[in-house]
Design a protein around this ligand. Sequence first.
Ligand SMILES: *Cc1c(COP(=O)(O)O)cnc(C)c1O
Length: 360
Amino acid sequence: MSRVYNFSAGPAVLPEEVLKEAADEMLDYRGTGMSVMEMSHRSKAYDNIIKEAEQDIRDLMNIPDNYKVLFLQGGASQQFAMIPMNLMKNKKAAYIVTGQWAKKAYQEAQKYGEAVKVASSEDKTFSYIPDCSDLDIPEDADYVYICENNTIYGTKFKELPNTKGKTLVADVSSCFLSEPVDVTKYGVIYGGVQKNIGPAGVVIVIIREDLITEDVLPGTPTMLQYKTHADAQSLYNTPPAYGIYICGKVFKWLKKQGGLAAMKEYNEKKAKILYDFLDESELFKGTVVPKDRSLMNVPFVTGDSDLDAKFVAEAKAAGFENLKGHRTVGGMRASIYNAMPIEGVEKLVEFMKKFEAENK
Ligand SMILES: *Cc1c(COP(=O)(O)O)cnc(C)c1O
């Protein structure tokens, strides 16, 4: 068996320890004589799995009691519709467009009400985070929407926008559990887990209880109402049971690493190795304004698309997978999520130095 260094943006690298544990429990989960994949989601064994997973993420993020944690399906993309359907009471919301995912959410919201674009960084290919300290937020906006870490462009909000008292809704798919958060600053925090937590198929929504009401857009399907899932503790219908089980294992792994403060420190150390190299390299350069750089997704280019392609191919042959940039931006992108070991980044930089020397 040989494992590569996987720099994929998602689905992405998972802790080896978690994968091994899951493998050990594959045929017989703790004496039940069956795999978690095969068991009823109403069984005692599964009830423990989902309850423990919820408690562990509550511990990690210090989630207050007046927030629900929902394990849903449909990916982050389904939230682009679910959020306006459930939260747009005044049929108006403010969107900050800092990348393709935020833009998709903004466009989807237009189907259900008036989505107002209050800031954007599209003028410079989303390579920075706009100043959000004094935006023109409509008086009757139901919420302000952000994508906190822009997976494709590699930018991150280092400071949350001034929402002028409105509810903040954040897509944190690609920075989930990468550092401590103050949950009380948000109305909704959500993300697909396949970037930094677990297998594709689960989306976690952390939502303040007063936002969960029956007053939703007329015609909203039962399955797309937060209340349905909140009332049933994420067991209204069959949940993505195996995926939640793996997420639970990752939560325990994170606790063992020392929690989110320790992860932040580790992630900063990892990202610094790569950014420091990009800042001194004569061949490679980062594409993001330094102050807005993400700790999770690091896009870079050589400035020559043929050379970029050569780099990606040679890196792959050397065991560094999925370094090709998103199809809309080109170049390269190294996603260095929680489970990417520091050795992976060190070795990548070594490889980049060698490539630079050979291609001067
Ligand atoms: C990947 C990603 C999405 C889309 O996630 P799906 O689960 O595929 O719908 C949305 N937002 C962000 C920030 C992402 O990184």
